[in-house]
Design a protein around this ligand. Structure first.
Ligand SMILES: C[S@@+](CC[C@H](N)C(=O)[O-])C[C@H]1O[C@@H](n2cnc3c(N)ncnc32)[C@H](O)[C@@H]1O
Length: 484
């Protein structure tokens, strides 16, 4: 057997210093090592062109290496000071927003060329839709309690009561959020320290991730931009619950935020796994109401703690407007017809479309039952007729409903990050629709699906990017496909 050729540039585990020269899709910085053997590419996530970084090689192949960032030794000249506390959820906050847009656009179009094999993607590009709010745009945050903190000066873990986010790159270590991060509600985040002090003073323990024990786990907050109200969910274990006065905690929140408090929920979660906890466990209303109302493009949506709802509602309006614009480009194909809204979530797109079309039946399908229940409720509240919702897997639904084959002219698709399962995509293609409006929160899987769609005779007519999450590597795309 031939021996594997030794990599002439890096070794696994090696710590390197490298200048980041470029930006690849998904927030990976690209550095290049040049020596007598030629040029070698190194990817370092969460870095920016112009930064000099220290990183460790985690994986390497003949062509490139993947590294883990240790520290930024020299910032990029593009970076500017920000008045916010730096958090892992906003790795690019110091980069001016125009520069973020430039990187996102370039790297996403590259992806369509490389994975989707669309050589002329630039000619299909329609619009880069900006978020109306660059800062304080999120409507939901989950803050975690931790019994392990991090001392930045000593650069070591310490036993400490923390409330905030995980320290970047760790699962066991918390980092206190002491003030506004620039992403969520400034008034709330400037009071988070006081909430931490209140909880710490009870003498009850925060969650210790390695030991899998403790009382306080998460504080989840939802905000309505329409009413400016806040809905809280405190997640704890049942252990020590009798020693914590939930009503007193609700009073304390009202003391801090007054009429802005819509309600306080309490969730008991005794699972040891450390995944998102907001929706699992036993949930109980302690104070006020268990829902908030949000408005999108003139329609009202009731949101409970469990419902999926777009995280940046002001920008979601722009995203949905783009979807509707593409769908209505050929209004004749919409009026008096059936439109499928696949992966419809709480049915927002279908409802907006139905309110702008005439005599259109919209069939929404989503696998999550509670989302479909919310969709039905919201349609009733908004007085929109002509909508049917089904709680089902899209693939199974299409197998069970062959009556839609050759009957549909327009399909809306908005799958989750994993994209559309290949078998399901085949069934969608079999429907033989004239046009697909495909929304994606992960253009990498959308570019993969694009290749399949092109084999089946679809072409990209237009593509827009929507910056739903400023200061992160995420970007949303809306693509209009038409049968060639
Ligand atoms: C990005 S969200 C859609 C959001 C929705 N269009 C909205 O604006 O409210 C993706 C949706 O796909 C659903 N989903 C994931 N896998 C599915 C499957 N196999 N079949 C049906 N729905 C699925 C998820 O429950 C989720 O609601």
């Amino acid at each position: 057997m031939p021996r594997r050729e030794r990599n002439k540039f890096v070794k696994r585990g090696q710590v390197i210093e490298i200048l980041i020269e470029d930006y690849a899709f998904g927030g990976k910085g690209i550095g290049r090592i040049r020596n007598e053997h030629g040029e070698f590419v190194v990817f370092v996530p969460n870095t920016l062109p112009g930064q000099l970084v220290k990183a460790q090689v985690k994986k390497s192949s003949k062509k490139y290496a993947e590294c883990k960032l240790f520290e930024v030794l020299k910032p990029s000249e593009d970076e500017v000071e920000m008045p916010y506390q730096d958090i892992p959820g906003a790795p690019y906050i110091q980069l001016p927003i125009e520069k973020q847009h430039e990187y996102k656009k370039k790297s996403t179009l590259e992806l369509f060329k490389r994975i989707g094999k669309v050589a002329d993607i630039e000619t299909k590009f329609d619009e880069f839709v900006k978020s109306p709010n660059t800062f304080h745009y999120r409507n939901k945050m989950e803050y975690g309690f931790s019994a392990i903190g991090y001392n930045r000066e000593l650069k070591t873990d310490v036993d400490e009561f923390t409330l905030g986010f995980k320290k970047r790159g760790t699962w066991w270590c918390g980092d206190n959020l002491n003030r506004d991060s620039g992403l969520f509600d400034a008034e709330f985040e400037n009071h988070l320290k006081a909430i931490r002090t209140y909880c710490e003073a009870t003498g009850l323990d925060p969650w210790h991730a390695p030991k899998k024990e403790g009382f306080f786990r998460y504080l989840v907050v939802r905000k309505s931009y329409k009413t400016n109200k806040l809905l809280f969910n405190l997640v704890t274990t049942s252990h020590d619950l009798s020693a914590f006065d939930l009503n007193k905690f609700a009073d304390y929140l009202v003391e801090l935020f007054g009429e802005r408090v819509a309600g306080l929920l309490h969730t008991i979660n005794d699972e040891v796994g450390d995944r998102t906890i907001a929706t699992t466990g036993q949930i109980q209303l302690i104070y006020g109401e268990d829902k908030i109302v949000e408005e999108l493009l003139g329609l009202n949506f009731e949101i409970s703690m469990k419902s999926f709802f777009q995280t940046n509602p002001k920008c979601a309006e722009k995203l949905y407007s783009k979807v509707i614009e593409y769908a209505l480009e050929n209004k004749e194909a919409i009026d008096n017809s059936i439109v499928l809204d696949l992966f419809c979530g709480t049915g927002t797109i279908g409802q907006i479309l139905a309110s702008r079309a005439s005599n259109t039946k919209i069939v929404g399908v989503d696998i999550v039952l509670s989302a479909i229940e919310d969709a039905k409720e919201n349609a009733k509240r908004n007085n929109i007729e002509g909508l049917e919702f089904y709680a089902a897997d899209v693939g199974k639904f299409l197998t069970e409903h062959p009556e839609f084959n050759n009957k549909i002219r327009t399909i809306i698709l908005d799958p989750a990050r994993a994209g559309i399962a290949p078998k399901t995509l085949k069934k969608i293609i079999k429907l033989n629709a004239d046009r697909l409006v495909y929304v994606s929160c992960n253009p990498a899987t959308q570019a993969r699906d694009t290749e399949q769609l092109m084999h089946a005779g679809y072409v990209i007519k237009k593509l827009s990017l929507v910056d739903q999450f400023p200061h992160t590597a995420h970007i949303e795309t809306v693509v209009l496909f038409e049968k060639n």
